[in-house]
Design a protein around this ligand. Structure first.
Ligand code: ADP
Length: 613
């Protein structure tokens, strides 16, 4: 039964607990992953906003840029500068890419001078500069070819026209997202780029989230932008206008340019302050209880930062939790998110773990408790069922023994096999005694159900307990002696009156006497002593049997309780005798006590109050 409990309840319980414990241990990673997902979505959103703003800036500049200036003048420049806050150093190139404005013949401001120093060689086509492109778009075809078949089939099923129109944009998106999701593709593409000498841009930051896009622990993440060296002529051949980012001495300058119908190129440096302001205005709430979100410039410095709380040390802005590059127009700029409290993940994880453990313990206790209770009930039921079976077997056996004796003596008398009158008389006495034993047994069973239902009634009258005991004993003596017993009776030669139901008391004494007989082994001596103690009559029934082991002594008066209750027990019994006897005596305001006897054996003492004179 215990094994069953362990198998059915405890083993699955322990198994579940182990599973839960494993889940708890991973809680920190789960929380980090979830947080990373949320913050990455936010960062990506901001990056899209900034990218859109850059396109807007380009359009604004296109709209405001003067056109059809001819070679003659840059006279409109002051007006342009005044009209658009985005314009910093305007320039004009001839169709042959000679720099017409600013011109060394003019009075040059410091800004114009440094503009010429940095950009003259480039704008006049003498040097090439690195131009950045999203690696996923450069290797679009390779990435798309790796996509699962179903997607390719889907594309193939579309009308050819449709494909032309949609697939460009769709494929760009597909290539980018596939590149972001699949680490093996990423590795291969970077490898391919490296072989072709297209080095990825070096990033300003190194995000710390472990489970991010690149899972290798804290390995510096590669930029998604790779560069290709192009001259201004080559760039200008690909478009009519644009913005060229230039990293000079680690500083980023954005050059806007547009060609007019006559082949002149007008352009300007985009004002740094204005650009910063516009980007800052796009940022959502920088500071939330969970994260700090900001844009980092080419030096890895945040455009906006929350004022640090007193005592809070300056953060390492180059170690964000997650970060994302913005666009090829703003190389090395990133949108980055930092955890407000870096300990938040572990504290959340330990809080969750605490709750989970509490739940597991509650679950465990209730399952084990409930299981234990069910088991206990089951065990009680089984005990009861076993007791019933033993009881029926024992009752039948006990009834059979006296019946067999009675039948044997009756047959002997009928066959007249015993001519001796004295012996004939003894047989009859034995038969009477056996009948009494039978009656007592049946009475025990009957009384049990009566006492159970509180229906037992007594006919009380004053009796002399000495006589009653002696008569009872005499009626049994012949049987005892026949079975090899020595029976001694002693009393204080004067009557002891008690108010009692004669039959009930007789039944009690018979029960005790019968036990003394049943549980005696080699030493077959029974003593009965009737005495007075203050206002009580005492009847001691003493045997030299095996006695009762101390651990059972307290329980023998319980219903059905037997020291050896197995079906194979040498001495059979119903386990009812003592419990009924005690009930009867207690109903007479008396008591039955058990004492172990020196030199072996038992004493059962019946104590009854004497009747008042
Ligand atoms: P039973 O029908 O089994 O005798 P009882 O209620 O009369 O039932 O006794 C309960 C148990 O007490 C017995 O099974 C026996 O183990 C023990 N017992 C009773 N009387 C004696 C005795 N005189 N000597 C030893 N054991 C006894």
């Amino acid at each position: 039964m215990g094994l069953l409990f362990v198998l059915v309840v405890m083993v699955p319980c322990v198994f579940l607990a182990l599973l839960a414990a494993r889940a708890i241990n991973r809680e920190e990673a789960y929380i980090e992953k979830r947080l990373e997902g949320t913050l990455l979505a936010e960062v990506t959103h901001v990056a899209t906003l900034v990218d859109a703003e850059l396109k807007k800036i380009l359009e604004e500049l296109l709209a405001s840029a003067p056109s059809g200036l001819g070679e003659s003048s840059g006279d409109f420049f002051p007006e342009w500068e005044a009209a658009s806050s985005l314009v910093s150093v305007p320039f004009l190139l001839s169709p042959e890419n000679e720099i017409l404005r600013p011109n060394y013949n003019q009075d040059l401001s410091d800004e114009e001078l440094s503009f010429l120093n940095w950009n003259r060689a480039f704008l006049t086509g003498q040097v090439s500069i690195p131009v950045y492109k999203n690696i996923a778009l450069v290797y679009k075809d390779e990435i798309i070819n790796r996509l699962d078949k179903s997607y390719n089939e889907q594309i193939a099923n579309q009308e050819a026209m449709d494909r032309q129109a949609i697939s460009q944009e769709v494929m760009n998106q597909q290539a980018i997202s596939q590149f972001e999701q699949d680490e093996s593709i990423r590795k291969k593409v970077y490898q391919q780029a490296k072989e072709k000498g297209q080095a990825p841009l070096s990033r300003t930051v190194n995000p710390s989230a472990k489970v991010g896009l690149v899972s290798a622990e804290s390995k510096k993440q590669e930029s998604v932008f790779i560069s290709e060296k192009l001259t201004f002529n080559e760039i200008a051949a690909q478009a009519e206008h644009g913005v060229i980012p230039r990293l000079i001495d680690d500083r980023l300058i954005l050059l806007f340019w547009a060609r007019d119908e006559e082949g002149n190129t007008v352009g300007c440096v985009i004002d740094e302050e204005e650009l910063h302001e516009r980007i800052i205005s796009l940022l959502p709430n920088v500071y939330s209880p969970v994260r700090i979100l900001t844009v980092l410039d080419e030096h890895g410095r945040p455009l906006v930062t929350p004022t640090p709380a007193p005592g809070e040390e300056e953060r390492d802005w180059r170690r964000p939790f997650v970060a994302r590059e913005i666009s090829e127009t703003l190389p090395r700029w990133e949108v980055a998110a930092y955890l407000t409290d870096p300990g938040i993940i572990s504290s959340r994880a330990s809080f969750m773990a605490l709750i989970m453990w509490a739940l597991i313990v509650i679950l465990f206790v209730s399952i084990a408790g409930g299981g234990g209770l069910v088991l206990k009930t089951l065990q009680n039921e089984m005990n009861l069922a076993r007791q019933k079976t033993t009881f029926v077997a024992n009752v039948s056996h006990e009834l059979k023994t006296p019946l067999t004796s009675i039948r044997m003596f009756a047959e002997m008398l009928r066959e007249k096999r015993q001519p001796d009158k004295k012996k004939q008389r003894r047989y009859l006495d034995l038969m009477v005694s056996e009948t009494e034993r039978l009656t007592r047994l049946i009475n025990n069973v009957l009384d049990f159900s009566q006492l159970e239902q509180d229906r037992k009634s007594y006919t009380l009258k004053v009796v002399d307990i000495v006589r009653l005991t002696e008569n009872m004993l005499e009626s049994q003596r012949v049987r005892f002696e026949h079975n090899g017993f020595e029976v001694h009776f002693s009393c204080d030669d004067r009557p002891l009156k008690v108010k009692a139901d004669e039959d009930a008391i007789k039944q009690t004494l018979l029960n005790l006497l019968s036990n003394a007989e049943k549980y005696s082994e080699a030493r077959k001596v029974i003593e009965i002593v009737v005495s007075q103690e203050e206002n009580h009559a005492l009847i001691d029934i003493k045997d030299r049997g095996k006695g009762i082991p101390p651990k059972h002594a307290g329980k023998i008066f319980k219903e059905f309780y037997r020291v050896d209750d197995s079906l194979t027990a040498r001495v059979r019994g119903t386990g009812l005798g003592l419990s009924i006897s005690l009930r009867i005596i207690r109903d007479h305001n008396g008591e039955i006590l058990y004492f172990p006897r020196d030199e072996g054996g038992s004493v059962f003492q019946v104590k009854l109050p004497l009747a008042e004179e």
